[in-house]
Each structure stands twice: as C-alpha cells, then as structure tokens.
Design a protein around this ligand. Structure first.
Ligand code: FUB
Length: 308
C-alpha cells in the first residue's frame, strides 16, 4: 500500500488492479467502508474511530474520504462531512453511503439525533465526490419515531442506497430489523411507506445492496460477533433468498461492515477489522480489501481475508 495523504494520486490504472496490503489505511483508524466508483476512480468513504485506547465505546465525529485509481494507492481528502454539518444531530458519525445522481452526490449517514431519542439518518449533498457536503434537508430523513417496529433506539442506522435501471432509488437500513423505502427523484424525501425486508435470517445490521449481472445482492452483518452473510433476488423489492455466509469474524472486531463493488473487471469485498497494531479493537477499526468472486450461477464464493 502507498497512501499519498493530501496529494493527487498519479498512478496509471492497470487492467486488473490488485488490492493493496491490509489494512489499506494505516495512518488512522477507519470503519464502515462505503465505496463508490465514479469516472475510473474509486471513492472510499469511511467512519473515523478516534476512541483512545483502552476506551471500549465508539467515538466517531466525522467521516473520511479516500480515492484511488488502482485499489492500491490511496489519496486521503480533507474530511468532507462531520456530524456538526447536520445542525439537528448530536454525535456518532456511524455508517454511511454516497451515491451519484444527475451530477450531484448524495451522502446518507447515520448519527445520534439531538432532540428525537435514538439514531437517525440524514442526507448531505455535494457537486463533487470529495465535497464539501452540506445537509440537504435541514432535518433528518429517518428518525426513530418513524420505525417503531424494533424496540431499540438504534435501529435507524447503516443506510445503503441503490438506483435501479428505471431510475427508482431505494434506501435500505437497519439494526435488528432491515427496512427499505423508495426515495423521490430529488433523493432527499421518502416516496412511500417504510417496509421491512423479510428472508434475512439472523440479521444484525450493515445492509449493503448491489447489482451484478442481473442479480441484486443484499449483504448484511449476521449474529454477534458479526460475520457477513447475503441474500439474492431478481428484484430490489424481493423476495430475497438467503445464500449463506461470505466471511468469518474479521479479527479482533465484534462488528463487521462491508461494501461490494466492481472496478476495472474485478470485484472487491471491502470491510473492516480490528487488526491494526496493538491498539486495534472493536472501537479502533481498520478498513481492508479483498477480492470477491462470483460462481457461474451468481452465488458468491467465500471471501479469503488477507492480512497484508
Ligand atoms: O460504526 C458504528 C457501527 O458499528 C455501525 O453503524 C455498524 O455497522 C457497526 O460497524
């Protein structure tokens, strides 16, 4: 791995980029990866664990952004979004995802709400993948009083977003229950009711939705400590068929959180573990990347997690 902090990455793209050594970011703790491919560049958005060792609770105030043209050399950009950019939010820059639409970039992010008890999901918008991003609504998109199905206050976390071939956008999210709802074309308002996804056994959190060769994949963290499992469907609205595990518990972290992309002819499984240096843990996590392989029938092979 070469991390070119603060400078432009000037690496020639290769036909089949290999992941760099894991963890891919060694200068700070990163968690909850969400990657977006845009014009030959991968933008990797992560949470930023800053809990000092031996603190055993999350401390996360901002999100980070890295970019690469080859999955090996990563350029760090200034933090494009912080909890403080959402005036209604209190703290906890938890998992997020960015998606492009009509020349703008929409960032869905989970935080602790300042006045409504529990976690909430906000959306920020920018003209550029590296920001700066601004709150697109001035209020949360999803709050705990909208999803009363779960008896916990942290079920409105871990947003993942997709736009289908007809231009319909969907937001999925959840902890304990997995929810989804349509988004209006403006990407900042729900378009219809919040629904609950069924067919995801032992769903814990961290849904990630992606499409590959006509199949939709809904991967998610299962059990605790977490492994990543997945389900497949021909339709974003289901029914989803559970297809098993993708990986095992990723070293020294109770949580896992994955992002799956295709880039320059290869597929990648991006996740976090607690494996960096002696202080790495569930609260000081690090993003890693390994190849992902599809079987001919569209199912996924188990990921071989690498440590370097
Ligand atoms: O980073 C805080 C939380 O830990 C995320 O929202 C979950 O997915 C887990 O990774």
């Amino acid at each position: 791995l070469v991390l070119a902090a603060g400078s432009a990455a000037a690496q020639a793209p290769t036909a089949a980029p290999k992941p760099g050594g894991n963890p891919i970011i060694k200068t700070k703790y990163t968690a909850d990866p969400a990657a977006m491919v845009q014009n030959g560049t991968v933008y990797l958005y992560t949470g930023h664990d800053v809990a000092p060792a031996p603190q055993e609770r999350y401390e996360m105030h901002e999100w980070l952004c890295f970019s690469s043209k080859d999955m090996v050399n990563w350029t760090e950009h200034p933090s494009p979004l912080k909890v403080s950019d959402f005036a209604w939010a209190k703290d906890d820059a938890w998992a997020s995802q960015v998606i492009a639409r009509n020349g703008k970039f929409y960032w869905y992010a989970a935080v602790e709400h300042g006045t409504i008890h529990g976690k909430a999901i906000g959306v920020a918008v920018a003209d550029n993948p590296t920001g700066p991003f601004k709150d697109a609504r001035g209020s949360a998109l999803i709050t705990n009083d909208m999803t009363k199905a779960a008896s916990i206050s942290w079920d409105d976390i871990d947003p993942t977003v997709i736009i289908d071939k007809k231009g319909q956008a969907y937001l999925f999210w959840g902890n304990t229950a997995c929810y989804y709802a349509k988004l209006k074309p403006n990407m900042t308002e729900l378009d219809g009711p919040i629904q609950t996804v069924s067919g995801l056994p032992r769903f814990t959190e961290a849904p990630w939705i992606h499409e590959h060769n006509g199949w939709y994949y809904l991967s998610f963290a299962t059990e605790f400590p977490e492994k990543i499992a997945y389900a497949m469907s021909r339709s974003i609205e289901g029914p989803w068929e559970y297809r098993g595990l993708l990986n095992e518990i990723a070293g020294n972290s109770n949580t896992n959180h994955q992002s799956i992309i295709d880039f320059k002819g290869k597929s990648y499984f991006i996740y976090h573990n607690g494996g960096m240096d002696v202080k790495g843990s569930s609260y000081r996590r690090s993003v890693c990347i390994d190849y992902l392989y599809y079987n001919k029938d569209g199912t996924l092979k188990r990921v071989q997690m690498t440590t370097e």
